[in-house]
Design a protein around this ligand. Structure first.
Ligand SMILES: Cc1cc2nc3c(=O)[nH]c(=O)nc-3n(C[C@H](O)[C@H](O)[C@H](O)COP(=O)(O)OP(=O)(O)OC[C@H]3O[C@@H](n4cnc5c(N)ncnc54)[C@H](O)[C@@H]3O)c2cc1C
Length: 391
């Protein structure tokens, strides 16, 4: 019987309560429990991974435009490559590289700068010419392209497997992960959270961690913490099996239109952002994006117009005003931590973010300095350069 149909109540007390059971929440639960914080309770109102994580295209990369995102991406790539032994789960990692196709002079200049920074931080990305881009990704038409950037260690893997791996290992280490349990309130006393209120009872706790993805603003409000996260629908679709498809297809992105594709089984997964998409919790798959998508495909990969396309699904990006994540500890209540607002990069950053939140909780210095990602930057704090590798 599904958990949600039982009359189970929640434990009365926990050292740490994590709200949200996606890639971020389960990674945090694993990293805490592995470090010996065993009295951890994770609350997920649906199924584990059932939020944005199961809708992700699975892209993993370290190609970003600033230090903190590059470091979070690179550290996570390393963890994904060892996922079979720690936490111990097959995740179908395809290290096929990410290929950004550039058709605007200004983008070439900014990607050139970004590659320099990435190389300085140990990422092996490189600017390549159009002919090499076509050799790497033969489906593309190079008309109008000026250059491309390729990073061979990037790729894609399966989000549900990552959640399964973290959740299983967290439980093995003693964490309790409860599905079908909705957080409906957070009670504070003085400067601290004392109690998390759920539809199955109350939990007294010493620490609350918000990993509620696109729904984080509401969770923040329960504790009086401003987490400016806006939900925006994103869609993907699939081609029929393509008999001539190369065995290795990089995660290919036409940067000016955001049209992208990668190999999925014997066909391709295709995606693109829709600039006309209104913010909000729209989760229905809509065909409104097809005219714009077809135009982008016609320009960049016209051969795909002749193959059968199948509907995919819609999910939510969790967008902040500068497209950078919110990671840190609130001033008040001081036992409220948050890791959210990844603006479309949460899956690929989940391993490193789990480590960072573990270290913030334990009072250690995190391996990656996430100071710039404090939510306080939107209330007059430090200004962060907006992330520009937006797809
Ligand atoms: C089409 C699409 C493609 C994408 N492609 C990529 C990609 O290639 N690479 C990448 O890195 N990212 C990608 N993303 C973004 C990625 O999916 C997210 O950044 C990531 O999944 C965020 O993980 P999360 O754990 O923070 O959130 P989620 O997976 O959404 O988890 C949050 C959970 O919190 C739960 N929750 C919320 N409120 C409550 C409450 N009150 N009580 C209990 N539980 C609650 C929700 O049910 C949800 O399961 C894509 C997203 C979409 C939609």
């Amino acid at each position: 019987m599904p958990v949600s149909q039982t009359s189970r109540t929640v434990p009365g007390r926990a050292d740490v309560v994590i709200i949200g059971g996606g890639a971020i929440g389960t990674s945090i639960a694993f990293h805490l429990a592995e470090a010996g914080v065993t009295d951890v309770v994770l609350l997920e109102r649906g199924e584990l991974g059932g939020g944005s994580t199961s809708k992700a295209a699975g892209g993993v990369r370290a190609q970003f435009s600033d230090r903190v995102n590059i470091e979070l991406g690179a550290r996570s790539l390393e963890a994904f490559s060892r996922f079979g032994t720690r936490p111990g789960q097959e995740i179908d990692l395809h290290s096929v590289g990410y290929l950004f196709l550039l058709s605007d002079r200004k983008d070439v200049e900014s990607f050139e700068r970004d590659v320099k920074l990435q190389n300085d931080l140990g990422v092996s990305s490189r600017l390549i010419d159009v002919a090499e881009a076509r050799r790497l990704s033969p489906l593309i038409d190079t008309g109008g392209l000026l250059a491309a950037v390729y990073s061979p260690d990037d790729g894609h893997c399966t989000p549900e497997s990552v959640v399964l791996g973290y959740a299983t290992a967290a439980r093995r280490c003693g964490a309790r992960l409860l599905t079908g349990t909705t957080v409906i309130g957070i009670e504070t006393a003085g400067d601290e959270v004392r109690t998390v209120v759920t539809d199955r009872g109350e939990i007294e706790t010493g620490t609350v961690i918000c990993a509620a993805g696109a729904w984080s603003q509401a969770v923040g409000e329960m504790a009086g913490v401003d987490l400016p996260v806006t939900p925006v629908r994103r869609q993907v679709m699939f081609t029929e099996p393509l008999p001539e498809l190369a065995p290795v297809v990089p995660f290919t992105i036409d940067f000016s239109t955001t049209f992208y594709f990668h190999r999925e089984g014997r066909g391709l997964l295709i995606g693109m952002s829709d600039p006309d998409q209104d913010p909000g919790f729209h989760l229905d798959y809509s065909q409104d994006w097809l005219p714009r998508l077809s135009e982008a495909i016609g320009t960049r990969a016209p051969g795909l117009l002749d193959v059968g396309l199948r509907d995919g699904w819609a999910g939510l990006y969790e967008v902040t005003p500068d497209h950078n994540a919110l990671i840190g500890r609130a001033v008040t209540p001081s036992n409220f931590l948050y890791a959210t607002g990844f603006s479309g990069h949460g899956f690929l950053q989940s391993p490193a973010v789990g480590e960072v939140i573990r270290d913030l909780h334990l009072g250690r210095t995190p391996l990656v300095d996430v100071g710039p990602l404090t939510a306080r930057r939107f209330s007059g704090g430090a200004v962060v350069r907006p992330e520009t590798h937006i797809v």
